[in-house]
Design a protein around this ligand. Structure first.
Ligand code: OAD
Length: 230
């Protein structure tokens, strides 16, 4: 089975009604990154940070996977599909994708402030975290999100998977955040690379086939090509 590695960003979930970060009206316009997505922001005002992620979870619980998510799940019938997502939502999993690596953490999980390896699941019934909510060892819980300035523990796994790609597809990411954006440089020479995004996105590699469309439509196009081709 050919291996397709798919790097997704916020644009993948835009058609599910989840705001992107850097588009006009995006999340970082309303909430300064420094306040809600850095260790310094957490130290300054943890209640604000917890509230921000409680709101993100509330929004996620109302969202459903879109056509693009379902197409990626369907492609598993014919391909070994490995998704590497920068998204913290679980819409790929909800659509049925079985191999999803979350580079920037997961919204429906929290971790102990004493160790990023002590991770706990939240549930749709009990999705909020507040000051005073502690892990069994007595440490405050924080979102299981990789904030700016923090290490990205899954990057080595992501690099290894990217190197194995027979086809590499990038969907809905502005390719501005590293190390995720650097994964394109790990794709083996000669591997077909596709980029699906309604806007122009600058990437370091040449010979990238650009599909300037939204995730749903762009993936429909690739689905037609690849479900018939091999
Ligand atoms: P951005 O908000 O930077 O980029 C979103 C991309 O999605 C843009 O290129 C848009 O043109 C594109 N887009 C918009 N609508 C789309 C649609 N319907 N279909 C396809 N693409 C669409 O989001 P990311 O690149 O994912 O990290 O941002 C990377 C990281 O920065 C995030 O994981 C997050 C953020 O700060 C953390 O919070 C740690």
């Amino acid at each position: 089975m050919k291996k397709i590695v798919v790097l997704t960003g916020a644009g993948m979930s835009a058609e599910s009604g989840i705001s992107t970060f850097r588009d006009a009206g995006g999340l970082w316009e309303k909430y300064p990154i420094d306040d809600v997505a850095t260790p310094e922001g957490w130290r300054r005002n943890p209640a604000l940070v917890l509230d921000f992620y409680n709101q993100r979870r509330k929004q996620l619980l109302k969202a459903k996977p879109n056509a693009g998510h379902y197409t990626l799940a369907e492609l598993e019938k014919k391909y070994d599909i490995q998704i590497i997502t920068q998204n913290v939502d679980n819409l790929h999993e909800q659509a049925g994708s079985t191999k999803v690596l979350h580079l920037h953490g997961e919204l429906m999980k929290v971790q102990s402030t004493s160790s990023g390896e002590e991770v706990f699941d939240l549930t749709p019934e009990n999705y909020e975290t507040h000051l005073g909510d502690k892990c069994p060892k007595g440490y405050q819980l924080r979102p299981h999100i990789v904030w700016f300035g923090e290490a990205v523990p899954e990057i080595e796994n992501a690099v290894r998977l990217t190197e194995q790609a027979d086809i590499f597809i990038i969907i809905g990411t502005s390719m501005q955040v590293y190390p995720a954006a650097g994964l394109i440089d790990e794709v083996k020479p000669g591997t077909p690379i596709y980029l699906i995004d309604p806007k122009e996105v600058n990437v370091s590699r040449k010979n990238v086939t650009v599909i300037q469309k939204g995730a749903g439509e762009g993936l429909k196009e690739l689905r037609e090509k690849y479900m018939n081709e091999y």
